[in-house]
Design a protein around this ligand. Structure first.
Ligand code: UDP
Length: 491
């Protein structure tokens, strides 16, 4: 006997591994656990360019995870009329705005019955399409609920402001958990109310209120105060309902030769002995900072696995320290060539440096991994917590400084080394001290214990009766009902 077609949900991911990875995992679970059909729409990254051999491109991520759902890449849109120095945020918002007609075509062609449209935090401009089609529009937030709190605070600050008037966020801004966020740690784009991208962020935050609900990649125990605060806001009708439905951590699936080389090296290391060092899909350090990190790892005496990315070479404090002259042609594009002289030889046997990318979930879930020097991207954070790996917080961009404050001062799963006041560099002694403290010290022990507790809570959240899984089912049930015309759509 033929089954009726499953209600169909269309997810929309903005460019970047940090947005795509958790959304692909959301897609997989909606199909596997919630009786829905899913199309995941991606928007090509205009800065990425064609990289035919890049096994970590969006297409590769999807082909390794896309089981049971359809993926569609929207056509690229021209952006060459934008000024060459337009900030990345401005380019992103423009890209999304220009992609809406293409998305409309995809959604219109999606097989019925349509149950919901779910854009992510940067594609909220597509929410009106949900209204056009009379389906519920939900937002997916691959960042923390605390980050959403800051976004909401930003919008509320401008509620009674006249158009074009912009105000700075209070300094410090209080998190729901009570920790204080100093101005220097607020997310990039929110620090200067006069910057053009600031107004665009306020506008994006305003769109969040159009959502029928927001799905957030977090779980109750990670941010209990923020969950309670948003519950209260929804009850008062000042913000749409928020559903903590995470953590969406994909299982390790990368099987290429480079990944195998990393896991085979880990197999040969003692349990809990390796410090994994990685700064996400886009983070880079200056040449000087790279040298200090290398010296600090060396001095710490611990084993390490370092994903070395190309150093940043432009702008203030980003000199090449005379290194470029030492490199032969062809070496300049090799991130490992920028490491200090002799470092790889001196640490050979106890350290492994890999170029640009590692199979992170496989690394964090490996028993040899004992700590993570992390840029505090939210996905990396959830992956680390889900596998019980404590962190050294080393934020670089986006909302990572804010995450570092939250993780070290409130959640208690990270230690944060101090940068030098003079030049913002984290010195070698500080690196070595932070690594040793986390691996061997008393404070480190408390952080390791706390990470272990949260790991259990993360496991429970998606157990059959877990809080996140129930929250997801509650929303999925609404969507299924909407698709069958049984529930009125709130817009
Ligand atoms: N990632 C990875 N290998 C790397 C760097 C990143 O697999 O060498 C993955 C990581 O597991 C995470 C995502 O890419 O799922 C990065 O997201 P995150 O939010 O941590 O940081 P972003 O790259 O967005 O700054």
């Amino acid at each position: 006997e033929q089954q009726p077609p499953r209600p169909h949900v269309v997810l929309v991911a903005s460019p970047g591994a940090g947005h795509l990875n958790p959304m692909a995992e959301l897609a997989r679970r909606l199909v596997a656990h919630h009786s829905l059909a899913v199309t995941l729409v991606t928007i090509p990254d205009p800065s990425a360019g064609p990289k035919p051999n890049d096994s970590h491109s969006a297409a590769a991520t999807l082909s390794s995870t896309a089981t049971g759902f359809t993926t569609i890449v929207l056509p690229s849109v021209p952006l060459d009329d934008l000024p060459a120095d337009a900030p990345i945020g401005t380019v992103l918002f423009e890209l999304i705005a220009r992609s809406i007609p293409h998305l409309r075509d995809v959604v219109a062609a999606a097989s019925p019955p349509l149950a919901a449209l779910v854009p992510d935090l940067f594609t909220a401009a597509t929410l009106p399409l949900a209204a056009e089609l009379a389906v519920p529009g939900y937002l997916f937030i691959p960042a923390s609920l605390t980050a959403l709190h800051v976004m909401r605070a930003l919008v509320e600050l401008h509620d009674d402001a006249s158009l074009g008037e912009h105000r700075d966020l209070p300094d410090p801004l209080l998190f729901p958990c009570g920790a204080a966020l100093r101005h220097e740690d607020v997310p990039v784009g929110m620090e200067d109310s006069k910057a053009p991208v600031y107004a665009q962020i306020v506008e994006e935050g305003r769109r969040y209120r159009l959502a029928a609900g927001l799905l957030v990649n977090t779980f109750y125990e990670m941010e209990p105060a923020a969950v309670e605060e948003f519950k209260f806001a929804a009850e008062r009708g000042t913000f749409p309902p928020v559903y903590p439905v995470g953590p969406f951590v994909r299982s390790s699936s990368e099987e290429d030769a480079a990944s195998r080389c990393v896991t085979e090296w880990l197999d040969r290391q003692p349990n809990g002995s390796v410090v994994y060092v990685s700064f996400g899909s886009a983070g880079s350090l200056s040449v000087e900072q790279t040298a200090e990190l290398a010296a600090g790892l060396e001095e710490s005496g611990h084993r390490f696995l370092w994903v070395v990315r190309m150093p940043s070479l432009d702008g203030q404090n980003h000199s090449d320290m005379g290194k470029r002259g030492d490199l032969s042609r062809g070496e300049e594009d090799d991130p490992l060539a920028w490491l200090p002289e002799g470092f790889l030889d001196r640490t050979s046997g106890r350290g492994l440096a890999v170029r640009s990318w590692a199979p992170q979930v496989a690394v964090l879930s490996h028993p040899a991994t004992g700590a993570f020097v992390s840029h505090c991207g939210w996905n990396s954070t959830l992956e680390s917590v889900s596998y019980g790996v404590p962190m050294v917080a080393w934020p670089l961009y986006a909302e990572q400084r804010m995450n570092a404050v939250f993780l070290s001062e409130s959640v208690g799963v990270a230690l944060r080394p101090c940068a030098r006041v003079s030049d913002g560099v984290i010195g070698r002694e500080e690196v070595a001290a932070a690594v040793r403290e986390l691996m061997e010290g008393e404070k480190g022990r408390a952080v390791r214990r706390r990470t272990g507790e949260l790991r259990q809570a993360a496991d429970m959240a998606w157990a059959p009766e877990g809080s996140s899984r129930r929250a997801m089912e509650e929303v999925a049930e609404r969507w299924r009902a909407a698709a069958l015309g049984r529930e009125e759509v709130r817009q």
